[in-house]
Structures are given as C-alpha cells and as structure tokens.
Design a binder for this molecule. Structure first.
Ligand code: PLP
Length: 387
C-alpha cells in the first residue's frame, strides 16, 4: 500500500461513535445495553419536516442545488437568526452544509497550517482538536472550569493569544459538559479580542435552543466589533432531531463566504435537495415539537443529576444547556477510560470517558440524557450495583 499523507496520522476521532459501535456489538450478542453514550436526541424528526422532504422528492427536486444552499433556505436561516438572536444577517453570508461538523472542518482547515496556533475548549468536542492537529497547526487548549459552570475564563483565553494565533473556537452551550458561558464572560472576551484584530472566531452554537432554567442564548453575532471575523456554526441536528439528515449551516463574514463556498464545491457540491426543503419547513413551521423536546430534556436533566449524585464516588453539578451531564468520578478511584470500559462491560451502560474530550476531561464521564427517565434511573441503579 502507498504511504498516507502525514496529516492522517494526526487525525483523531469522536469516541462516542466507537462506544456506539461497541454497544451495538454487545447488543448483537444479546446483552441489554442502556446507551447514554451518543449525543443525539432520542426523538424522531417532527412529521411536518419529514413530509416536506417527501414532497420535495415528489416535486422533482432531484438535482444539484447552488453550493451554498437554495435561496429560500438561506433566507429562512437569516430570518430565524433575526427571530432567535435578534440580529440581522445577510442570507448571502449563510452557507448550508451537510451537518454542523462541516462548518467546523472548513473553518479550521481554512486557517490551520504549520506555525499557526488555534485555541479550542478543553474538555470540548473532540473534532476541534483532531482537525487542528490534522492541519499541522498547534492546538492550544483553553481550560474550562467546573466551578464556573464549565465556562472559560476570558483573561485565561486572552493570555493564550500569541502573534501565531489565527483562530479561537468557542462552544456554548457545550458538549461534553452542558456548560453555558455567562454573558459577562463572553463580553470580557469580546472586549479583549478588540486588541487582536488578526484572530478569527468560530462560535459553535449548535445547542443554542437547548437551555434551561430561563437561560437565554448569547450569540457571538450580537457583537458588532467582531462581526467581520466571526464564523457562527449552527444546524438542524439537535434542535429538530435530524442528526441523520446531515444539515447544518455557517454564517460567514463577507470576506470568507467565497472561500467557504469553494470548499463546498471541492468537497460535497451541495446538500441533498430534499433535505434542504425539510430544513425550510423546520425553521418556518410550528416550533411546538422543539419546545416539547426541550421540556423533556429538562425533566431528564433533573432526574439524571439526582441519580448520579446518589452514586458513591460521583459528584454532578447541574448543567445549564445541551443534553449532557458531566459528573466528577474521581471518588470512584478509577480513571475516566477505565470506568467507561467497566460500565459498558459490567453494567451494560454506555457512557463516554471525559478524556475523549481532551486532557482536562480526566476525572469526568459524559452521560447523554437523550434517553427515557426509566432508562436513566435504571442505568444509575446498574452503576451503583456494579461499583
Ligand atoms: N458541535 C458540537 C459541539 C457537537 O456536539 C456536535 C455533535 O455532536 C456537532 C457540532 C456536530 O453536529 P452535526 O451532527 O450536525 O454534524
């Protein structure tokens, strides 16, 4: 076999998919597994959205579309941003892509190369660090702190900026912690970034609709001083239970729209047409199914935090957003990876080790509570018995 490009050996992965594969293999052997590993809603896509895709296929939308997405979808995204975030966005700056991940991949390969530094949250979504490493850039972790709800500290982030820093990745509400960065911390960071005009910001806002206890989403789009170097990532996967459809978008600054579109043309040409019509219906149709799903997550959040805190050796703070709980498990005396493996093999409960999200995830385990309250309670019982 020929030799692979060097970057391939630096590419990481998303362990949640590996845990999912192991859980499925155990299920095929007849084991009963409760899956609190993978981060996807356990709901199906609302029927009105499914029907819109079926109709699009019946109406003959079978061909390529413009690389950045069909006009009505980009307009629907801009209108949704105006409605949800109170910010006007030019539909021409919206680039529709196959899933939230693609905006992330494009933004990081656009800026990453040897000699460059990119800051990313740690513990954070593992693909940030993986793709940064792939490009040959230096991945600089920005630690998140449990005592401040897994927020970053703006001063700490700003201190890490050097002349080589080209991109900062932010994510709130966050995977894997469920953390929500307080507005005041974001404002301190934005203010500090004014002194670093050469640094672009990628704000991953894929969990923007999943907030609890009356919290409202703070979008980086609200801050005019950084708009000309801000990329916002969002999509349909989590909000509309559409992870398998592969639909997401980026809002790019004017200067980067052409580059993002060119990457799309080189990579996937466009998102499949019927899915784009489904995306319009999702944004413009009734939103009550989103509200119902978020209310269900909120109830499960209460159940899982209480259940995890009742396990000896576990200590779980209340997450403010997304659908993850991230308990400290140091009291069990086990490392995160060891505990993850034991819980899957012995208790039949799939979780993801905090270390899958970076070095600062040691001592924690990620639980996705996108599962029924019965399953959550049963999983906690099994863990207690196993330990
Ligand atoms: N960003 C974060 C923080 C995520 O947790 C995920 C998915 O788990 C994504 C992006 C990717 O979403 P998608 O499935 O739409 O690619």
């Amino acid at each position: 076999m020929g030799r692979l490009a060097a970057g391939m050996s630096r590419l990481g992965t998303e362990s949640a998919f590996e845990v999912l594969a192991r859980a499925k293999a155990l299920e095929e052997e007849g084991r009963d597994i409760i899956n609190l590993g993978i981060g996807q809603p356990d709901f199906t896509t609302p029927q009105n959205i499914v029907e819109a895709a079926v109709k699009a296929l019946r109406d003959g939308h079978h061909g390529y579309t413009p690389a950045g997405g069909i006009g009505p979808l980009r307009e629907a995204v801009a209108a949704d941003i105006e409605k949800m975030r109170g910010v006007a966005v030019d539909p021409g700056h919206v680039v529709v892509v196959p899933g939230g991940k693609v905006t992330m991949f494009f933004a990081i390969i656009m800026f990453g190369e040897p000699g460059v530094e990119i800051l990313y949250p740690n513990p954070g979504f593992p693909i940030y660090q993986s793709v940064i490493n792939f490009t040959g850039a230096k991945a600089v972790p920005m630690p998140l702190h449990e005592e401040s709800g897994f927020s970053f500290n703006a001063e700490e982030v700003l201190e890490r900026i050097t002349p080589a820093t080209r991109l900062i990745v932010l994510n709130s509400p966050a995977n894997p912690t469920g953390g929500v960065v307080p507005r005041a911390e974001i404002e301190r960071l934005v203010e500090g970034l004014e002194a670093h005009p050469g640094v672009t910001i990628l704000s991953d806002e894929i969990y923007s609709r999943m907030l609890y206890d009356g919290r409202t989403h703070v979008s980086l789009l609200e801050y005019e001083t950084i708009r000309d170097r801000l990329i916002v990532l969002d999509g349909w996967s989590k909000t509309y239970a559409m992870t398998g459809w592969r639909l997401g978008y980026g809002v790019w600054p004017a200067s980067l729209v052409a580059a993002a579109t060119r990457l799309a043309i080189n990579c996937h040409s466009c998102v499949n047409a019927a899915t784009q019509y489904a995306g319009i219906e999702a944004l413009t149709g009734p939103q009550d199914s989103v509200d119902r799903m978020v209310a269900a997550f909120d109830e499960r959040r209460g159940v899982i935090v209480e259940a995890l805190n009742a396990i000896p050796g576990f200590r779980c703070t209340e997450p403010g957003g997304a659908f993850y709980a991230f308990p400290d498990i140091t009291g069990t005396g086990m490392g995160a990876a060891e505990l993850q493996d034991r819980l899957l093999a012995e208790a039949g409960v799939a979780t993801v080790a905090g270390t899958s999200f970076g070095v600062h995830g040691e001592g924690y385990l990620r639980f996705s509570y996108a599962n029924s309250t019965d399953n959550i309670r049963q999983a906690a019982r099994r863990i207690r018995e196993c330990l």
